[in-house]
Design a protein around this ligand. Structure first.
Ligand SMILES: *Cc1c(COP(=O)(O)O)cnc(C)c1O
Length: 402
């Protein structure tokens, strides 16, 4: 008879197969067993034909990767521990010393910071382009350009670029494109089929998604994905992903798997609230500009309408306001502090509405001419009743502007 401690570890019981329930099981592993040394040596880690090590995939992460491919219309996926690590993974996989990367001026700020920090130190140069002028991108693509980032809508200022034209520009120059698709989330438009009906689909090469936002939906998970439709490009990213040792926890993967079925409904609900609130903000004199791609006066509205249609579910839950220039930043801070339902905090996609004041001057090379001067505040509409959210903004304005 083996010792009790050995029995507890090497117990003969295995539960019957065939368990079936709404949620897939959660598999947690660093070590994965092989039946023999020969099987260990011959096992393939680069595709989903088998299991080799927790970092290379488990039934839980494979399931999440495949569902995210379905969401975005991709064929291959790798998971990263945050949206930002998914962004930096793409740069590290595709760029080497002497190369150049182009990034839209309104990109997610840490993407720009990575270019100014690590990429620069590694001998990789960068240039910021104006996403609202495809000709500016065309002018800046050079002989060393190896990657162009795209974002629609832009972070914080929510301008909507002519994404199709930007992709065509990169295609004709033979430069791969990576879209930060966190805002669109695979729901507002199809990143791998931007102009449905073409014989040869107009597609980005890589779609990066901060699953932290709508796919998680709870404000409690950090994760990112990198999705492709090209096996060779995927392999390149997968090899760098493996060498960097990136992985995600099974419980976090489970949280995203659990939230995915309700994502389209939540996205629509966030969208409905944001549109209503942005429309109401238009009527408030204290705002010099309201930024939301579905508003006809918002920069790039026509591009948004062409790509995403006008239906609910095509515009996410974000909008920004720019206060009149005579409203000083301390008053804007007082407005944010006076909000009760909107909490002050980064990120978005969860049930709680959020607000962040931004100093745009420090984020952009030059003040874009399509933006009014003044302090900008970005709102993320949560899932609270829109009438309560509107009343909250109204009371905070009364309080701060008195
Ligand atoms: C939030 C966000 C990211 C980064 O996601 P994290 O999981 O917070 O690292 C990247 N891009 C965009 C556009 C985002 O909004």
């Amino acid at each position: 008879m083996r010792d009790q401690s050995t029995q507890l570890i090497h117990h003969a019981y295995t539960p019957p197969e065939g368990f079936s329930a709404p949620q897939p099981g959660v598999f947690k592993a660093s070590t994965v067993f092989f039946p023999s040394a020969a099987a260990m040596r011959s096992r393939e880690w680069k595709d989903k034909s088998a299991y080799t090590y927790g970092l290379h995939g488990t039934p839980t992460t494979y399931t999440l990767e495949e569902r995210l491919c379905a969401l975005e219309g991709g064929l291959q996926c790798v998971l990263a521990p945050s949206g930002l690590s998914a962004v930096t993974l793409v740069a590290m996989a595709l760029l080497a010393a002497g190369d150049e990367v182009l990034i839209p001026d309104n990109a997610y700020a840490p993407n720009k910071a990575f270019a100014q920090g690590e990429l620069k130190a590694w001998g990789i140069s960068h240039c910021f382009y104006d996403p609202m002028r495809a000709s500016d991108l065309a002018d800046k693509i050079g002989a060393q350009t190896r990657l162009v980032w795209l974002e629609a809508a832009g972070s914080v200022t929510l301008e909507f670029p002519d994404l199709c034209e930007l992709v065509r520009t990169c295609r004709s120059a033979g430069v791969p494109t990576a879209l930060d698709n966190t805002w669109g989330a695979g729901l507002a438009f199809a990143p791998f089929d931007l102009a449905p009906g073409l014989a040869e689909p107009l597609a980005v090469d890589i779609s990066v998604h901060a699953l932290t936002k709508y796919p998680s939906g709870g404000g409690d998970v950090l994760m990112g994905s990198v999705i492709t439709r090209d096996p060779a490009l995927h392999l390149k990213i997968k090899l760098t992903h493996m060498r960097l040792g990136l992985g995600v926890g099974a419980n976090d993967a489970e949280a995203v798997l659990r939230a995915l079925p309700s994502m389209a409904l939540r996205y629509q609900a966030h969208d409905r609230r944001a549109r209503t609130l942005a429309q109401w903000c238009l009527s408030q004199d204290v705002f010099a500009q309201v930024l939301h791609p579905a508003l006809s006066a918002s920069p790039g509205h026509a591009h948004w309408a062409a790509l995403c249609g006008s239906d609910l579910g095509g515009a996410a839950g974000l909008f920004s306001v720019i206060f009149r220039p005579d409203v000083d930043p301390q008053r804007v801070d007082a407005f944010c502090d006076a909000l009760k339902l909107f909490k002050i905090g980064y990120s978005w996609g969860g049930p709680i509405s959020l607000v962040v004041p931004y100093d745009l001057a420090s984020m952009r090379g030059t003040w874009p001419e399509h933006l009014a001067r003044g302090t900008l505040v970005r709102f993320s509409a949560g899932l609270e009743a829109v009438s309560d959210l509107q009343a909250d903004i109204a009371q905070a304005l009364r309080h701060a502007m008195a």
